[in-house]
Each structure stands twice: as structure tokens, then as C-alpha cells.
Design a protein around this ligand. Structure first.
Ligand code: SAH
Ligand code: SF4
Length: 369
């Protein structure tokens, strides 16, 4: 078995076995890595071209009832300065976002019981009333089937719920009191309801082995999410994992490239966490197959408080600055921003969304009825 042959197989067949993926991770040389990234880039060029989709991230609450041991806003972190945004705050972010060209808003937060279904429905409807053609992505953790359904019916389009790790023992060691099966059940429910669903995992968790990462790759291949969020684990000073080492740029970009090869159509963010461990981390993620960025739209007054990990970038920048900075970086890396909802290509096709372009600029993903 040769690593290059496995990469060629991944490129041609978008598949590989557990043994092949493990062999690849255990034996990948710097030369192989260059080849892997090249093939992931070619694959992305075939499905999404050189475009990058933007999502405006609104971190609307850092109050959380869960206690994930890696996370800086976990329940037991008494140092965290807690906040919630009001409906008006959120709408203000959305309006600024629309003007800046963000046609998707990601509402992300801790698992905060204050945000009942009724309150979430009110927020979702208020955004959709103002911007019916823009997309809403939710990322609020685990909720019941009925809750997910109500929010979908109110107008939410997508849901991000990373599976975090596909190895049961590792999952349980990181999530006291939480259930590995229930998280997966949530992902299945979201898909069944009709959301575009994002799974995903952290790279470089304490005690995570290459075989665990292969479990992640194969879980994502099998579940076939519309999106996949992959970022390095970064220790947070007020958590039990504060002394641990974090994930590396190299390992994270390897995972991004492999996911692009396994699922050519997937929406693949080059994450803020990657940009936080390396000054050009996001650019490297885009070059390894990433096609989405999620700049921050939260009010600057709360950015520092939404502290999942140490060293988060852009906490002092206004939304407009982030917007300008990210476009400059994207262009410099050889890509271009596309101002659209940025749906998964396969999903858009199935659901009757068509690209409307003027010259070489795509204007909108329009639903033709
Ligand atoms: N509460 C929701 C959404 C907010 S957390 C949820 O957990 O799904 C969003 C993501 O941040 C998590 O899925 C996790 O993968 C990531 N995250 C949390 N702490 C982190 C850390 N220390 N380093 C890197 N990523 C982290
Ligand atoms: Fe809460 Fe999400 Fe952090 Fe877990 S990762 S403690 S659910 S915010």
C-alpha cells in the first residue's frame, strides 16, 4: 500500500477503507501532504470553483447548561462573564450583516434554557420577515425533535451540531453527563426534518489517536452532512484541559482535505479556530478544500465573553473591518467571495435553487417556482 495510491483512490472514488485511511494518516510525508492538498483543491474547483461563501456569526448567548470539559463557557466555569443578546441586538447584527453582504446568519450559543422554542421562533420569524431570501443557520446544541421541527417551520434553514468525536469512549470522557447516542440521534432528527445539517469534529483532542480521526472521517462519509465543521482543539485557561496541547494546523488541514475528497459537495468552513492558531490558518484551510468562512457579526462588546478557547482572533474588530479583512485574505489566497445564501450544491439542485449570474458575479441563489 502506498499513500499516493490511497490519495488517488480518494480522488477518483471519493472513498477509502478504515485501514487505508489509517495507513495514510500514519505514514503521510510532507510530499504526500502537498499532493493530498492539490487533489482536494482540484475537487473543490470542480464542485464550487474558486468561490468562498461567507456566513455572519452571531454569538447570541454564552450561558450554557452543559459542561463539555474543553469549552470555556461550560457551566462550571465561574470565571466566564455571562451575557445574552436581545431580539433587538440580534436584528441589529443581521441588518449590519445584510448591508455587508452576509446572506446567511449563524445564530450560535450555549445551551441556554432562556431561549425557549417560543423565543427562538420569534427571533427566526423576525429575521425572515426582514430578509426572506437570506438563510438562517442555528447552532444551539441538543434539543428535542419537536423543538427542531418548530424552529424549522418558523424558517430556520440549517443547523450546525458537531458530533465532536465519533469514538464513543473519547466522547464520554469529554462530555460528563451527556450521551454519545443522543447527540447522533439529534443529527439524524435534524436531517429528517429537512435542515441542511452540519456535523463536525475537533482535531488534536487529548488522547485522540489517528484511529479516532479515521472514525470521524468514516462517520462523516456515512452520515453525509451538507456541511462539516472541523477545527483544532485549543485549550482554554479556565477548563480542566488547560494544561493540554492543542491541535495543529497540519493535522487540521489534512482532515479538511480528506473530508473534501470523501464528500466533494460538502460545505467546509475554514474555521476561526484555525485562524487563531496560525496567522494564515484560514487561508491554508481554504487551499486544502475549505469553501466557507464565518466572520464575526456579534457586537464587539460581547466578543471576548464568547470565549470557547484561548487566543480567539478578531475580538476587537467591528463587523465591517472583519468583512474587509476576510475578503482581502480570500482574494490574496486566490479565491473570491460570493454574495449568496451559499447552499450546498447538491441540496440546491434537489430543492430547485438556481444560480443567477451577471457577468462572472453570482447574484443570488433563486428558487424558481
Ligand atoms: N453549544 C453548541 C454550539 C456552541 S459550541 C454546541 O456545543 O453544539 C460550538 C463548537 O465549538 C463546539 O461544537 C466545539 O466543537 C467547539 N469548541 C468548544 N470548545 C472548543 C475548544 N476549546 N477548542 C476548539 N473548539 C471548541
Ligand atoms: Fe455548551 Fe457547546 Fe460549550 Fe458544550 S461546547 S459547554 S454545549 S457551548
Amino acid at each position: 500500500m502506498k499513500v499516493k495510491e490511497i490519495i488517488d483512490k480518494l480522488y477518483l472514488e471519493n472513498n477509502a477503507s478504515f485501514e487505508e485511511l489509517l495507513f495514510l494518516l500514519d505514514n503521510l510525508t510532507p510530499t504526500d501532504k502537498v499532493y493530498l492538498v492539490e487533489k482536494a483543491h482540484e475537487t473543490r474547483m470542480k464542485t464550487y470553483g474558486n468561490t468562498v461563501y461567507m456566513r455572519g456569526l452571531i454569538e447570541f448567548t454564552n450561558i450554557c447548561k452543559k459542561n463539555c470539559i474543553y469549552c470555556g463557557i461550560r457551566r462550571e466555569n465561574k470565571q466566564a462573564d455571562r451575557y445574552r443578546l436581545t431580539l433587538e441586538d440580534i436584528l441589529e447584527c443581521v441588518e449590519i450583516g445584510d448591508r455587508l453582504g452576509y446572506k446567511t446568519y449563524v445564530l450560535q450559543g450555549g445551551e441556554d434554557d432562556y431561549f425557549t422554542d417560543e423565543r427562538m421562533i420569534e427571533i427566526i420569524r423576525a429575521i425572515k420577515d426582514k430578509f426572506p431570501n437570506n438563510a438562517i443557520t442555528l447552532s444551539l446544541g441538543e434539543r428535542s425533535y419537536e423543538s427542531y421541527k418548530k424552529m424549522y417551520e418558523a424558517g430556520a434553514d440549517r443547523y450546525l451540531l458537531r458530533h465532536e468525536t465519533a469514538t464513543k469512549e473519547l466522547y464520554e470522557s469529554l462530555h460528563p453527563g451527556a450521551s454519545f447516542e443522543e447527540r447522533r440521534e439529534c443529527l439524524r432528527n435534524l436531517k429528517e426534518i429537512g435542515y441542511q445539517v452540519g456535523a463536525g469534529f475537533m482535531v488534536g483532542l487529548p488522547n485522540q489517536k489517528n484511529s479516532d480521526l479515521v472514525n470521524d472521517l468514516l462517520f462523516v462519509k456515512e452520515f453525509e452532512p451538507h456541511m462539516c465543521g472541523i477545527g483544532p482543539f485549543i485549550p482554554h485557561k479556565d477548563t480542566p484541559l488547560k494544561e493540554e496541547k492543542g491541535g495543529t494546523l497540519e493535522m487540521t488541514t489534512t482532515m479538511l482535505a480528506l473530508i473534501r475528497l470523501l464528500l466533494p459537495n460538502v460545505l467546509l468552513p475554514s474555521t476561526t479556530a484555525l485562524g487563531s492558531i496560525d496567522p494564515v490558518g484560514r487561508e491554508k484551510g481554504l487551499k486544502a478544500g475549505g469553501n466557507v468562512v464565518m466572520p464575526n457579526l456579534s457586537p464587539t462588546s460581547v466578543r471576548e465573553k464568547y470565549s470557547l478557547y484561548d487566543g480567539k482572533i478578531c475580538t476587537g474588530d467591528e463587523a465591517a473591518e472583519c468583512r474587509k479583512c476576510i475578503e482581502g485574505r480570500i482574494n490574496k489566497a486566490g479565491f473570491r467571495v460570493e454574495i449568496t445564501r451559499g447552499d450546498n450544491v447538491a441540496w440546491a439542485k434537489e430543492n430547485g435553487y438556481h444560480k443567477v449570474t451577471k457577468g462572472n458575479i453570482q447574484l443570488e441563489n433563486i428558487k424558481l417556482i
